[in-house]
Write a protein that binds this ligand. Structure first.
Ligand SMILES: [Fe+2]
Ligand SMILES: [Fe+2]
Length: 373
């Protein structure tokens, strides 16, 4: 990996939670996903693509790994077909069938597609060093980390996290790479399940904001949230981060070089912002398979500059921003744009809150408990 000689840039195109399936050959949802992938590749001409986990149904890999390889090959074909490498990470669903080694082996069979287990045995953690355009100097590190599946004790946390031995591998490897480079290399993390600190990009909703707020997830479920000051993008659902904080974010801070982390997993969120100087970015699905609020599928483009690899530029682009027409969406979502879809989603949430308030009023003030009925 090296910076482009002509432009001095390095571009990365990110795809969240595609959730593709073996019926891709006849699926209009797959067709729509590929249309956006092609349009985004044409627009940004990235150096690499990143799949942020929950990429393709791994159940088929158990009995028919060849078909799985064909499926992920087809998924990546718009990029790999033009010589652009794809870097993938394991989402929770990649772990579902419990055949991680088979899945990693299958990924390794697709030319230009990467998903490797190079850290703690059995975990799909790996990294790439980004070099200067002349190939002489290491300039940055891209980390692709495995955030595992569900937590063993669901009463403590629904989702698992990056384990302590994985964090230790990250810190040790990072220190070695820095020592070799003679400087702290800026680092960029790609990981499926977000760290709990993502909630610091949100704040508790005021009463009058309840209709546009989202309910927190699991241990945060007693609170409704909106984006905090400085948070950009759409908060469509309570982030599904683990309920146990095992210190991964603190480890990033300790290294002094982590600049940004990009997560998948929450299919409706695309918000982002800085927490203690580290940019945390959520990606909603870039496909049409996962639960979504309609035509809002999007990609994120991140660009590093050789003259200062510790600073980056990034932007989101939604399906309709590319001027595309959907074949898989119903008549309403096919017609409306992203903004209108967002408003519809907020209205639906507001209607839900109003209905809940009416029920509570009925039961308490005007209903069952005062004996009027
Ligand atoms: Fe997902
Ligand atoms: Fe997920």
């Amino acid at each position: 990996m090296r910076f482009n000689k002509e432009t001095g840039k390095f571009g990365m195109l990110l795809f969240g939670d595609l959730h593709e399936k073996p019926d891709y050959k006849t699926s209009l949802r797959f067709t729509d996903m590929q249309k956006m992938m092609i349009a985004a590749l044409n627009k940004y001409e990235p150096d690499i693509c990143v799949l942020l986990g929950d990429n393709f149904d791994t159940e088929i890999c158990r009995d028919n790994p060849d078909e799985f390889v064909k499926g992920i090959s087809a998924l990546c074909a718009p990029a790999t077909g033009r010589g652009i490498p794809v870097y993938a990470i394991m989402g929770n669903h990649e772990h579902d069938p419990g055949i991680d080694e088979k899945v990693i082996e299958a990924y390794s069979r697709v030319p230009l597609l990467n998903l490797r287990a190079e850290g703690v045995p059995g975990k799909a953690d790996y990294y790439e060093v980004l070099y200067s355009s002349d190939g002489e100097t290491p300039e940055a590190i891209l980390w692709f980390l495995d955030s595992n599946n569900l937590y063993e004790d669901r009463s403590k946390s629904h989702y698992d996290f990056v384990h302590t031995d994985q964090i230790e591998w990250f810190e040790k490897t990072y220190a070695e790479l820095n020592e070799k480079a003679g400087k702290v290399l800026p680092s960029y993390i790609f990981q499926h399940t977000p760290v709990p600190e993502e909630y610091r990009l949100l704040r508790k909703a005021h009463f009058y904001e309840l209709p546009v707020s989202v309910k927190g997830y699991n241990s945060h479920s007693g609170t409704r949230y909106v984006g905090a000051k400085g948070t950009e993008g759409y908060v469509g659902e309570g982030p599904c981060s683990p309920d146990i904080n095992n210190g991964q974010f603190e480890s990033w801070k300790k290294t002094g070089g982590v600049k940004a982390a990009f997560f998948g997993h929450d299919h409706l969120n695309d918000f982002s912002g800085f927490v203690d100087g580290i940019f945390l970015a959520q990606h909603k699905t870039a496909g049409f398979r996962a639960y979504t609020d309609g035509c809002r599928s999007c990609v994120r483009y991140v660009e590093l500059s050789e003259d200062n690899p510790g600073v980056f530029r990034q932007e989101l682009a939604h399906f309709k921003d590319f001027g595309l027409k959907s074949e898989s969406l119903g008549p309403v979502f096919r017609t409306i744009n992203d903004r209108q879809s967002q408003i519809m989603h907020i209205c639906a949430r507001a209607a839900g809150v109003a209905a809940a308030a009416a029920v509570i009023y009925k039961i308490t003030a005007g209903g069952l408990f005062n004996g009027k009925k």
